[in-house]
Design a protein around this ligand. Structure first.
Ligand SMILES: [Zn+2]
Length: 143
C-alpha cells in the first residue's frame, strides 16, 4: 500500500529530483524532499524589493551635470563637460546644485478631470449663448 502523502502543490519526481509547481506561476522548480510549497527562482526574484544595480552610487550630482561646461562636485572634483580635471581638483568652489523644481501642476484625479471638462463645456455653452444673444440684439459688432 502506498503511503498517502499530503500534496499541496503539484509535484513530480524525476530520478532522484523532486519538482514542484511554483505556487505563484506554476513553473516547476527543483525542491527538497520535505517541501510542501515552492516559489520558483523567478517569482522569488520578483518579490525581492527593487534594488539599485550593483555598483550604483548616488552621486548627488544634478541630472545633466556632465553636459555642463564646468561642474565641481562637493568633493572639489572638477569636470569639464563630464571629463574629470584632476589638476583643478580643490581649486574651485563646488557648483551649487539647485533642488529640482517642484511641479506646480499636481496630478488630477479622474473626477477632477471630469469636473474641469464639464466646467469648460459649460463656459463654452455660455459663450455660445452670449454670441446668439449678441446676434439677436445686433450687438455683434460692439462685442
Ligand atoms: Zn513562479
Amino acid at each position: 500500500m502506498a503511503r498517502k502523502k499530503k500534496i499541496e502543490y503539484y509535484s513530480y519526481t524525476e530520478g532522484n529530483v523532486r519538482y514542484m509547481s511554483c505556487m505563484n506561476c506554476g513553473r516547476y522548480e527543483k525542491v527538497g524532499e520535505s517541501a510542501t510549497s515552492v516559489k520558483c527562482s523567478r517569482c522569488v526574484n520578483f518579490s525581492v524589493p527593487f534594488e539599485q544595480p550593483k555598483g550604483y552610487k548616488p552621486t548627488g550630482r544634478p541630472a545633466g551635470w556632465h553636459w555642463m561646461k564646468e561642474f565641481v562636485d562637493k568633493d572639489g572634483n572638477v569636470f569639464h563637460l563630464g571629463k574629470e580635471q584632476p589638476k583643478l581638483k580643490g581649486t574651485l568652489k563646488p557648483t551649487k546644485v539647485k533642488p529640482p523644481k517642484k511641479r506646480k501642476v499636481k496630478r488630477r484625479t479622474r473626477d477632477e478631470v471630469l469636473v474641469a471638462h464639464y466646467k469648460k463645456k459649460k463656459s463654452d455653452l455660455k459663450k455660445a449663448v452670449k454670441k446668439q444673444k449678441d446676434f439677436i440684439n445686433h450687438n455683434i459688432d460692439k462685442g
